[in-house]
Design a protein around this ligand. Sequence first.
Ligand SMILES: *[C@@H]1O[C@H](CO)[C@@H](O)[C@H](O)[C@H]1NC(C)=O
Ligand SMILES: *[C@@H]1O[C@H](CO)[C@@H](O)[C@H](O)[C@H]1NC(C)=O
Length: 224
Amino acid sequence: MLNFSKSNLQIVTLAHTVLVNSPCRVTRVLIVCPVSTILNWENELKIWLPDGTFDALNVSEIASCKNSKAKEEKMKRWLDRGGVMIIGYEMFRGQANQKDNPSGQNLFTRCLVVPGPDLLICDEGHLLKNEDSQIYKCMNKILTRRRIMLTGTPLQNNMFEFFTMVEFVHPTHTLQRFDSDILAPFLPPKHEYVVSVKISEVQSRLYQQYLDNYTKGAVQPPES
Ligand SMILES: *[C@@H]1O[C@H](CO)[C@@H](O)[C@H](O)[C@H]1NC(C)=O
Ligand SMILES: *[C@@H]1O[C@H](CO)[C@@H](O)[C@H](O)[C@H]1NC(C)=O
């Protein structure tokens, strides 16, 4: 099953637009997402981009690579010729932190961090809600300020987490917000009915007992 969303479609069209229009000066787009949605992203790009357009974006991912050599080759190709790279958060953290190695010569740091991508998309961006977490620190080193965060659960009653996420994408807090209004056209109308029913005599007695005994603070309600 594929899972389409409005924001994913916006990202696909944006990535395509900036990659094929050279004045935008974007040659590498990096999508960082949970590993479970890598294939979904690839599929969305395939579905929304008409024949030939998809191929022109050189979309690739390294999760399916059998070994590190294959990963390096794909990364290097992305660095050299540009296009869209999709990577999981864990893989990003693991690779971006790598020290120099003889064959890669810090290839992953060059690909992912400095200079890194020209446009960064963070899917499920609430994973970056904690500025002390490894993944936040690691991703915040990415050079580009062109950062987009997608999340369906930004608030969770914690303004500091929310601030941290906004700070990641835009230190001066500009914010585009969609609330439940955008879903309203797709949902059936909500009807509320209030039905009043006269309580029976037993119910009335029990209720009176409750009021007499438990609402005055003298006797606590039984535990169970
Ligand atoms: C895809 O790769 C080709 C070279 O193989 C390159 O000419 C082209 O610009 C790349 N497309 C993008 C969007 O980077
Ligand atoms: C609760 O109140 C009723 C009178 O409404 C009384 O008969 C009964 O003994 C009270 N029960 C307790 C536990 O106080």
